[in-house]
Design a protein around this ligand. Sequence first.
Ligand SMILES: C[S@@+](CC[C@H](N)C(=O)[O-])C[C@H]1O[C@@H](n2cnc3c(N)ncnc32)[C@H](O)[C@@H]1O
Length: 201
Amino acid sequence: MDWEQHYLEEHTPWDKGAAAPPLLEWIEANPDALAGRVLVPGCGLGHDCRALASLTGAEEIVGIDISPEAVKRAGQEEQAGAERYELADLFQLEPEHRQTNDWIWEHTCFCAIEPDMRNAYVEAVYGALKPGGNLLAVFYLDPYDNEHPRGGGPPHGCTLEELEERFVKSGRFEELESYVPKKSYEGREGLERVIRFRRVG
Ligand SMILES: C[S@@+](CC[C@H](N)C(=O)[O-])C[C@H]1O[C@@H](n2cnc3c(N)ncnc32)[C@H](O)[C@@H]1O
């Protein structure tokens, strides 16, 4: 998948022009929880980073993306608070991103990577968090429709069993909460799952 080309051509159907509703719902229910440094992998144009910056007490929000165009455009948006953007590959993080994050916010990065990279994803987010750090995620369990058939390109769906296997049974994370969000982008209602994992050790 050539993400850069999609951003250059402004063909980004995943971008809804606003922060993920399940993130806003979670922040509303947990107004004081998010603090410290937050990493947002696959941040795209930064809508979630700006919501995190304006609505939480996080001291630093770092959105990373492999698309230079996405990072450039995210940085051109009006600053909402302590957010910034970096061109970086989640699978090749620099030392400054290793074990330095209190939280990670995951939204449509896990479903965007190739499924055979999912164990590497678990290792990458585990390694990016401080011991005891939180991975807060909205997983797009079932993105399939006529336009996105199963077995095609991203988004790639997943099951709760797979998530349990990869994150929890691997010994990397424990699960703190898991629910179907009440608020979703139009068309994703009932197809997503919010899960908060905590890094074990
Ligand atoms: C489906 S888009 C979602 C973007 C954003 N989260 C949103 O919802 O608008 C997936 C994003 O992940 C980025 N991405 C893909 N692989 C990545 C990697 N290995 N490291 C960092 N970002 C990556 C892409 O460039 C793209 O911006």
